[in-house]
Design a protein. Structure first.
Length: 715
């Protein structure tokens, strides 16, 4: 019933026609232009455009080259794919527009010709003869004016019916648009879910294909190995068969010859001539000696050595899975396999001690055929290894350090005593060259003390304050040693310059010769001692799978090696002093050789200490250690499967021989972080021997490309 009019028209066919001309969106008569959908339903183009814009807020105006999107009919929910013009690309229904024009003309004519009668509005139930003409906003019901003045709605907020009608009609239109747009979103979600189902099907087919290819590869490997082993059996079969058949043929020929010889011997029994009988008898005896029966060895026909054990491979194949948690049966099988491997490892060590190597072809074949299980075995082996020793237990490395420390003590004492002897001898001989050689010995003595001090400090446990340990004490000691040696060398150079300028000095050639000769002998003894120490300590511990490094095999103690190099340099200097002493002893007029040797040996001391100072400054500035390639470390980490990028890669050193690494590794979404972490630790320890590695694994993000902190340092 229409509350907005005081008149009502009698029912006629025009009203039925009007119902057919109502837009399903605005619920009013179609307004031009009218568009027709492929489902034959009609809409106002303005209403259709409003609904389409509400469902597609980011769709640009018509006339662009992009697709127009999708539109659903509000009547039958049929989906229409629009072109680039959007709703404006739909075909106009001129027939409906003409019908609307005719209807409006006919409706106007009928309204003018037909009499109208008053329509009674709904009456208020509480007040007689009071029509409903207002709307209670508080109670949300239509009411009359008397209810507002005297009735139940006197304290409520009211509004005219016309305003409420227009507002609720607008809200209804918006709700319809929202409902249509939400339906479109639901349909989009349904489309996404259908597409997800399609992707699941495609990915499943792809994985099935890959799995089939892998099994086909396993079949091919097994078939190839089967043919190879069958070929070996066939070759030995043919070899043995040919050998036996050759023996059969040989025995047949021998049998025929024997038969002829027997017949001939029987005939010789009747031979009247003695000489002829003796000749025949000789041939018979010779043939009997040659007719030795050759027999094959017992078990020659056996082929049991071709038996193949496939129990381990069968267990691996039975427990093959897609990378989920292994079942208890497989874990028990792995434990049994580890016990077997431990026993085989002990047997292998015994075999190597005897000069033999055990064949592990069966294990290699099993690992190559099942790379996934190879990874599992390696991971178990990786987890079992650890870099720390038990409390109260002396490791092999500690024993080697103790031996190296004893050797360094001996070398340091010998160096100290002879340095004092050279100072005394140089003073008695008035030779600055010997004093300079003593200064070089002071360099060696300081290096030995630094080595001993570093070994002692490194053995001290880390504290909460010194949580890296006391390794940098070696660097500070080396810096103080270099500065003190420069002061002593500078004083000797100054004295040498004074001697050249004044030329007022005498050299005791004999004393100088004896002292320099003793220096050569002592340096040779020290070199032999340290070289023996190098041989004694040439075996390192095995590579660890933890984040702390260990020394590689066949690498001597760094402290002993450095001391040996210093002794070799001092030996060359002592030989030079000995040559100068010979010259001065036999030709005293060439005494200027002494200050010249002082200059030369001072330069040698300077070169030696500059190299030490460069290493010290590099450690204090936390630069990349010598011999460590930053780019090589980076490329090694990037080569790990699943690694997308690196950032915050820092390489520095606690001391000269102890490099430290810290890095953030960004991995792909489908990568296993634990596997990447273990592989990174393994590569860093095996290839670069880091003392400590700190690795953080995180998922890759596109923001890392623009982050200034995530960029590589400059060259």
């Amino acid at each position: 019933m229409d509350y907005q009019s005081n008149i009502i028209r009698e029912s006629n066919p025009m009203e039925n026609l009007e119902k057919q001309l109502i837009c399903p969106i605005c619920l009013e008569m179609f307004t031009k232009p009218v568009v027709i959908l492929p489902c034959q339903h009609n809409l106002c183009r303005k209403c259709a455009n409003d609904v389409f814009q509400a469902a597609n807020p980011y769709w640009t105006s018509r006339g662009t080259n992009i697709s127009g999107g999708r539109f659903r009919c509000p009547s039958c929910r049929h989906e229409v794919i629009l072109d680039r013009h959007g709703v404006y690309g739909l075909q106009r229904n001129l027939l409906v527009e003409n019908i609307i024009d005719i209807y409006k003309q006919e409706s106007t004519r009928v309204d003018q010709s037909r009499p109208l009668k008053k329509c009674d509005q709904p009456m208020c139930e509480e007040h007689v003869d009071e029509r409903i003409n207002i709307y209670c906003v508080t109670c949300q019901v239509p009411t009359c004016s008397m209810c507002k003045v005297f009735g139940a709605h006197k304290d409520c907020e009211v509004s005219p019916l016309e305003n409420v009608y227009q507002n609720q009609k607008t809200e209804l239109r918006e709700s319809i648009g929202t409902l249509v747009s939400s339906n479109d979103r639901v349909q989009a979600i349904i489309s996404q879910l259908e597409e997800t189902c399609r992707f699941i099907t495609e990915n499943s087919q792809l994985q099935k294909q890959r799995l089939t290819e892998k099994f086909d590869l396993l079949y091919a490997i097994l078939e190839e190995k089967k043919n190879e082993l069958l070929q070996k059996i066939s070759e030995e079969q043919e070899e043995k068969t040919n050998y036996v058949r050759g023996l059969i043929q040989q025995y047949k020929e021998q049998l025929e010859g024997s038969a002829k010889l027997v017949e001939k011997a029987i005939n010789s029994m009747d031979e009247p001539g003695v000489a002829s009988f003796l000749l025949v008898r000789r041939k018979v005896n010779y043939a009997c000696k040659q007719a030795q029966v050759q027999q094959i060895e017992p078990g020659f026909e056996s082929m049991d050595h071709f038996a193949l054990s496939t129990e381990h491979a069968e267990a691996i194949l039975r427990n093959m899975d897609f990378g989920e948690d292994e079942d208890e049966e497989y874990e028990e099988e792995e434990e049994r396999q580890e016990d077997v491997e431990d026993n085989e490892g002990e047997m292998a060590e015994d075999g190597q001690a005897d000069g033999t190597v055990n064949n592990q072809a069966g294990l290699d074949l099993r690992v190559q055929d099942s790379p996934r299980f190879m990874c599992a075995l390696d991971m178990d082996r990786f987890q079992q290894q650890h870099c720390h020793s038990k409390l109260g237990e002396t490791s092999k490395g500690e024993l080697e350090k103790q031996k190296a420390r004893r050797k360094l003590y001996v070398a340091a004492l010998v160096c100290l005593f002879f340095m004092i002897g050279e100072v005394i001898g140089g003073y008695l001989a008035h030779s600055l060259a010997i004093m300079t050689d003593a200064a070089h010995l002071l360099t060696d003595f300081a290096s030995l003390l630094i080595s001993l001090f570093s070994l002692w400090m490194a053995s001290r446990p880390a504290t909460k304050t010194m949580n890296f340990g006391w390794h940098r004490a070696e660097i500070l000691g080396a810096l103080v040693s270099v500065l003190s040696i420069w002061v002593v060398t500078g004083v000797l150079v100054y004295l040498a310059i004074q001697r050249i300028i004044s030329n007022n000095y005498e050299i005791e050639g004999g004393t100088m010769l004896i002292t320099s000769g003793c220096a050569v002998a002592v340096n040779i003894i020290m070199g032999i001692t340290l070289q023996q120490s190098s041989h004694l300590h040439s075996h390192g511990s095995s590579n660890s799978s933890h984040s702390h490094g260990s020394q590689s095999n066949h690498q001597q103690s760094p402290s002993v090696r450095a001391a040996f190099i210093h002794v070799v340099g001092d030996l060359l200097q002592s030989v030079g002093v000995l040559i100068a002493a010979y010259v001065i002893y036999f030709m005293p007029e060439y005494k200027i050789i002494d200050p010249i040797c002082t200059f030369m040996f001072s330069v040698l001391v300077l070169i030696t200490t500059i190299a030490i100072l460069r290493d010290v400054l590099m450690v204090l500035m936390e630069g990349t250690p010598k011999g460590m390639d930053f780019n090589q470390v980076k490329h090694t980490l990037l080569s790990i499967p699943g690694v997308k990028a690196l950032h915050s890669l820092h390489i520095w050193a606690l001391t000269v021989n102890q490099a430290v690494l810290s890095v953030h590794i960004a991995i792909m979404e489908n990568a296993d972080g634990q596997m990447v972490l273990k592989e990174a630790n393994r590569l860093l320890q095996n290839k670069f021997d880091f003392h400590t590695t700190t690795i953080q694994v995180e998922n890759y993000s596109d923001d890392m490309q623009d982050c200034s902190q995530c960029q590589d340092p400059k060259d």
